[in-house]
Structure formats: C-alpha cells, structure tokens
Design a protein around this ligand. Structure first.
Ligand SMILES: *Cc1c(COP(=O)(O)O)cnc(C)c1O
Length: 421
C-alpha cells in the first residue's frame, strides 16, 4: 500500500503511532479494518449524541438523497431548511427567532460575531469590542481563535488575531471576580458582545461553572446593552443534561451557536440563531445593511433532513431518560474518583465526567497526553485527554457495563501514570 498522503487534524505526524482505519461504526463502537473494536468514549470529538449511525437519522439521509442535493440558498429555499428552522426555534430558549445556517461550529461563531458587529453598525451605535472568557475555545479559524484562549495552538497566527477583552474563568469561590470584571468591561461603550461557552468550557479542559454565574452574566449584559453570544456548539443537544445549557440558567442569549450534535453527529451542519432585534437591524431597504455572509453549503438539504430526523429522535424516543440515566452513572463514577489519590478536580456536568491526573507536567503538550491515549487504545477505548485532563463524553447509548470498563481503565491509568498527592 502506498504511504498515506492525508494530513490529519491536531496530529504531529512525526510522532503519531500508526493511525487505525475505521471501516464501520455502530452505536458507541468503531470497527477497524484489522478487526478491532474501539469504544468511542468521546463521541468522535463531541459530535455523536445518540450513537453512531442512529437509524432514524440514517434513513432520513437516504430518503433526502432521493429528492435533493445542494441548492443555492440565496434567493431559494427548501422544505428541510424551513421545517428545521421552525423546529429549532421551538427547542432553543425563547426569544431566538431567526435561524442562519452554515456548516461548522467555527463558522457559526464567525456568523455570530459578524451579526453582533452588524447589529451595532446598523443601529447607528457602532461597537466592536468582543469580550471573551479565559480558557475558552470557539474554533480554529482566525476570528474564532481571536476570541479563544491564546496558547501553543495559535502562537504562530497571533499577529493575525484581533484583540479582545477577557474575563477570568469563574473558578469556585472566585465567581464574583468574573462578574465584576465583566461589569466593568460591559460599561465601556465599545463593548459589543460577550461570547461564552455556557456551563462547560470544552477544549479549554472541560472546566465547569454553575448556572447562577451564567444567569448573572446575562443580567449584566442586558443592563449594559452588551449582546450575549452563547456558543452551544459542544454543550447543545443534551450534553449538560438539558437540550441546551442556557436552559439551566433560565436565560436566553441574544445569539446562540449550534453545530456538532445538530444532526446527531451524522453530517456537518451549523446554525446561528438570533433575536428579532438583531434581524430587524439588518432588515432595511438600504442594501448596505444586508447581512453579508454565506457558505457554499449553507442549509445543505441532506444535512437539514438529518437534523430534522435528530429532532424527531428527541421528540419520539426517550432521549431525556437516556441522558438522565447516563448523567446518574457519571455522577456515580465521579464518587469513585473523588478520593482517588492519583486524580484531582474530578467534576461532572450532565453526561460529561472530567478529572485531572496528578502528574509532574500539566498543560496540553504534557508528555502524558499521547501516552494516555495509547494506553486506552490498547484497551480498545477511544479516550483523548486534553493534556493531563481525562474526560468521558460518550454517546447516550453507552451502557453501564461499558462505562464501568472505562472507569476501571481510568483507575488503572492513574496507578500507571499518576503521582500521589
Ligand atoms: C468544536 C467547537 C467549535 C468549533 O466547531 P467546528 O465544527 O470544529 O468548527 C466551536 N465552539 C465550541 C464550544 C466547540 O466545542
């Protein structure tokens, strides 16, 4: 076989072990071309919600391909996009009345930032400053890197990134510092929007903060007229226990980004939902106020059909019960690690469990990361630590036994690689 010419994402090919080739997927499992089965404990980078190849979603894709493929979405529309928009508006927190489609989480965030700046320009009160939270992640494009944490991931591109204001992560006991800092920044007349990952900061290390902080951030934003952008690309579709994380704080953001679980993880699609005020600021006979954005594959009909089927799954199957059961198991799993000397900061939110391995080196480039990944892969488990942060973010179909196997393996990893407190 000739050498692969594929350049993989976030992969240092000089040290990467041989890359398994996956031939099929089913539920929580991946099957390799050499007959191994791998338990997907991270939902293939957080996209798969119910399980791989969810039957209703796959069937909807098959049916859609009998009718439609990509159709230009400027000046034309189609039923899958129309139906999905109505369904989404019913599922997100109230007050989000307009749906703008794109094709990835990063793009949905770029769209959100552009909507925010467009809003202020069009209402004649230009504001352009974005406020972001320390340790946050919003994507890998130039704009989304700009509003995300700076570090080894984006050091080379730093000269291209725009400046933002940051608020500290609301660590336990220090939440007021975050709120005070935001209050100060939001009073600056240039403050356009605060962008946040509600309740759980994913790529920044599965950092979690309580719903009341989110509610306070919303209150402060509203008082100062700063828009609130909720990046629910990872947290959406049940990950934190509710369909969207914002529900837990009973808040409505001005703009909400969703992607990953939008199609259940089957095909790429994203949506940015906006309040009527933001739409109305762009609604004008003056063509200069148009929202100038498009992706070639905006509202791909096959992807919209997959997302509609995902909504059907939520409506017709006991998804909430599955999530509750998985969340209860993860909470019990958490108990198991709370007194384990090799781990610290064990935490859980909904279906997500995370813990930090005590080790000499921390941070994303910690040597331990690749070693842990290999350790789990040898045991037929796909676990991809963020440096020394181990987490399980499984598809909702995972069984109790499968989870127990993962907890056992984590315990073993602690003994192999951890240092005692
Ligand atoms: C994954 C992620 C993104 C980027 O989504 P892509 O589809 O990879 O572009 C943005 N925000 C959050 C919170 C994410 O987890």
């Amino acid at each position: 076989m000739s050498r692969s010419r594929v350049w993989h994402p976030f992969t240092q090919h000089a040290i990467e072990p041989p890359i398994p080739s996956i031939v099929s997927t089913d539920g929580a499992w991946l099957q390799t071309n050499d007959g191994r089965r791998i338990l997907d404990a991270i939902s293939s980078w957080w996209v798969v919600t119910h399980g791989h190849r969810q039957p209703r979603i796959m069937e909807a894709i098959r049916i859609a391909t009998g009718m439609l493929d990509q159709v230009i979405f400027a000046g034309l529309t189609h039923q899958p996009a129309e139906q999905l928009a109505s369904a989404l508006i019913e599922m997100v927190p109230p007050g989000l009345d307009w749906v703008f489609y794109s094709d990835s989480g990063s793009t949905s965030v770029e769209v959100a930032l552009k909507m925010a700046l467009g809003y202020f320009r069009n209402i004649g009160a230009p504001r352009s400053r974005i406020i972001a939270m320390e340790h946050s992640y919003h994507g890998d494009t130039i704009g989304t890197m700009s509003v995300g944490a700076r570090g080894v991931f984006n050091a080379a591109y730093e000269p291209l990134l725009f400046e933002v204001d940051t608020i500290p992560f609301p660590a336990a006991g220090r939440e007021q510092e975050t709120l005070d800092r935001f209050e100060t920044l939001s009073l600056d007349r240039r403050a356009a929007a605060l962008i946040i990952e509600p309740l759980v900061l994913g790529a920044g290390g599965m950092l979690m903060y309580p719903a009341w902080v989110l509610a306070e951030l919303k209150r402060i934003a509203e008082a100062s007229g700063t828009l609130l952008i909720a990046d629910e690309v990872m947290t959406g579709w049940g990950r934190t226990g509710t369909i969207f994380a914002c529900e837990q704080a009973s808040i409505s953001p001005d703009i909400l980004c969703t992607s990953k679980g939008l199609t259940g993880g089957a095909v790429p699609l994203a949506a940015t939902l906006a309040s009527d005020a933001i739409f109305q600021a762009h609604y004008c006979v003056d063509r200069k106020k148009t929202f100038f954005h498009s992706s070639s594959y905006t509202a791909n009909p096959i992807a919209c059909a997959a997302a509609l089927a995902n909504v059907e799954v939520w409506r017709c199957e006991p998804v909430a019960e599955r999530i509750a059961a998985l969340s209860a198991r993860q909470a019990a799993g958490l108990q198991r690690f709370q007194n384990n000397p090799f781990f610290t900061e064990s935490r859980a939110n909904g279906t997500i469990l995370a813990l930090d391995l005590r080790t000499g080196s921390a941070g994303y480039l910690a040597e331990i990361g690749p070693k842990l990944r290999a350790f789990f892969l040898e045991r037929g488990m796909l676990v991809r630590p963020l440096g020394n942060v181990l987490y399980l973010l499984p598809p909702y179909c995972i069984t109790g036994d499968e989870l127990d196997g993962l907890y056992d393996a984590i315990e073993e990893a602690g003994e192999c690689f951890g240092s005692r407190s």
